[in-house]
Design a protein around this ligand. Structure first.
Ligand code: ZN
Length: 490
């Protein structure tokens, strides 16, 4: 294992802390996964990519990471805001499907989008619906400890009681007195002793079709509970990292903390990590605002706000150009900038493969690899890492243009840096995005350019120009270099 002083910003302490796994080389990481209803959108892409980097980097450092990301297919099945019908039940009825068919349909599409973004699958992807028994047992233990009560077939967490004993609201920094004295009317509030109390178990109304038997009623578990239960089942009563989007801090993660402390008497999570949110043209994303763009729409360009399609790697690179704790604002201009930057990076990567070594090297590569590691060790600072890799590209271009030379050993060092940081850790696919389709053309284009090179050698300029111009018409950019030629596709 590499000896590293990795520091992570802990949302709970609001400090950067040196990362010390509890059971190195094992690291336990839990990330709140998607609600499986509707197509994947940017709000799904950011946490997936953020924690993919954490997963990839810790694995690279030699840790054995058990990465658990849940599938929420129960707790969110609240009534549709429009007509009061359960969303999955409504779709199941309209399309004559089993509710689990609806869940599977969207889950398959989510996985497809994650593959396209080159997000590695987690080690375990547990479904809330597959852990009902564990959740019921978890509730019983909280009730036994005195921090939950039954009311009309539902079970609620007793927030004032918990607050008096342990303190509530530390992660989100909420004003607890205000929370506890709130009087706004909420659905089902008459069942609660305090408006801040939250459901551990909800009695199902007659039309609610996803329901399970329990000691209290036929019903379903509260959303917060699945994460406390499944993280403990797969990672133990304390584990290293818990991640998710900033919007989950309150109430979701605050409730998770309360549940696990009430259940075990201690905090389950050692480092809380939260990625910041994504806006579109400066505005929050939302269906009612007309700026809700799915990942598929980004990939195909089929949305009125998009002036062109954006490849999955452009989306990934764009997200990584910002630090995960900073906001990201999507716009066509910003995405086009990311696309250009990514192409510059990929050109550098490909050029590096064909560089020829010299007897002596004039490039200075000292400290580059250390600076790349330092960027990642500093709370996964991907924008700083990307800037370092652009510096590597600048060196590659100098060698390619004949302004600098590199020995075989130095070229090997450059390749090692790019393969490690660009490919393995940032997870950028370096093949052309339609790589499989482009392969046969590559040979044909190279053949034409070999013929052109030969024609030039014979000073047959007419043939040479004809080939270059016709290729240009088809979108191929041909550039002459000191060793021959290189080309790219627009
Ligand atoms: Zn969660």
């Amino acid at each position: 294992m590499k000896d590293h002083n990795l520091s992570i910003y802990n949302s709970l302490s609001r400090n950067k802390e040196v990362f010390v796994p509890e059971h190195a080389p094992m690291v336990g990481m839990y990330v709140c996964g998607p609600t499986v209803y509707g197509d994947g959108h940017l709000g799904h892409a950011r946490p997936a990519i953020t924690f993919d980097i954490v997963f990839r980097y810790l694995t690279h450092l030699g840790y054995k990471v058990r990465y658990v990301r849940n599938i929420t297919d129960v707790g969110h099945l609240e009534h549709d805001a429009d007509d009061g019908e359960d969303k999955i039940a409504k779709k199941a009825r309209l399309d004559q499907l089993e509710p689990m068919e609806v869940v599977q349909y969207y889950l398959n599409r989510y996985h497809h989008a994650m593959d396209a973004l080159n997000v590695l699958p987690p080690s375990i992807e547990p479904h809330a619906s597959g852990h009902i028994i564990e959740q019921i047992e978890y509730i019983k233990k909280i009730m036994d400890a005195g921090y939950a009560y039954e009311s009309n077939g539902s079970v609620y967490f007793d927030v004032p009681r918990f607050n008096a004993d342990y303190g509530y609201g530390r992660l989100s920094g909420r004003n607890v007195d205000e929370l506890l004295s709130a009087t706004r009317s909420l659905d089902g509030q008459e069942e609660k002793r305090n408006p801040a109390d939250f459901a551990l178990w909800k009695k199902a109304s007659p039309e609610h079709i996803m329901r399970w038997p329990s000691p209290w009623s036929d019903g379903f578990p509260g959303w917060h509970l699945e994460c406390s239960t499944m993280s403990e089942k797969y990672l133990g009563t304390t584990f290293d990292i818990h991640g998710g989007g900033m919007d989950l801090k309150f109430p979701h993660h605050e409730c998770e903390i309360a549940q696990s402390v009430a259940h075990n008497g201690a905090h389950a999570v050692r480092y809380w990590m939260h990625n910041n949110m994504i806006t579109i043209n400066g505005k929050k994303m939302g269906k009612s605002l007309g700026n809700f763009i799915t990942l598929d729409e980004f990939f195909t360009g089929k949305h009125e706000l998009l002036s062109q399609p954006y490849s999955p790697m452009t989306i990934r690179f764009f997200i990584l150009q910002a630090h995960y704790r900073g906001t990201v604002d999507f716009s066509n201009e910003a995405l086009q900038g990311a696309e250009k930057a990514l192409n510059r990076m990929l050109d550098g990567y490909r050029r590096l493969k064909s560089l020829k070594p010299s007897e002596t090297g004039t490039v200075d590569l000292t400290g580059i690899e250390e600076r790349c590691y330092a960027a990642l060790d500093d709370d996964f600072n991907t924008p700083v890492l990307i800037a370092e890799l652009f510096d590597v590209c600048r060196i590659i271009n100098q060698i390619n243009d004949g302004h600098a030379t590199a020995t075989a050993e130095q070229l090997e060092q450059l390749r090692h840096i790019m393969d490690t940081f660009l490919v393995d850790i940032l997870g950028i696919r370096v093949e052309a995005e339609s790589g499989a389709d482009l392969k046969p053309y590559e040979g044909a284009v190279n053949l034409l350019l070999d013929i052109r090179k030969e024609a030039k050698g014979r000073k047959d300029w007419a043939t040479s120009d004809l080939i270059r111009n016709r290729l240009a018409d088809l979108g191929f950019n041909v550039k002459d270099t000191k060793d021959g030629f290189e080309w790219s596709l627009d």
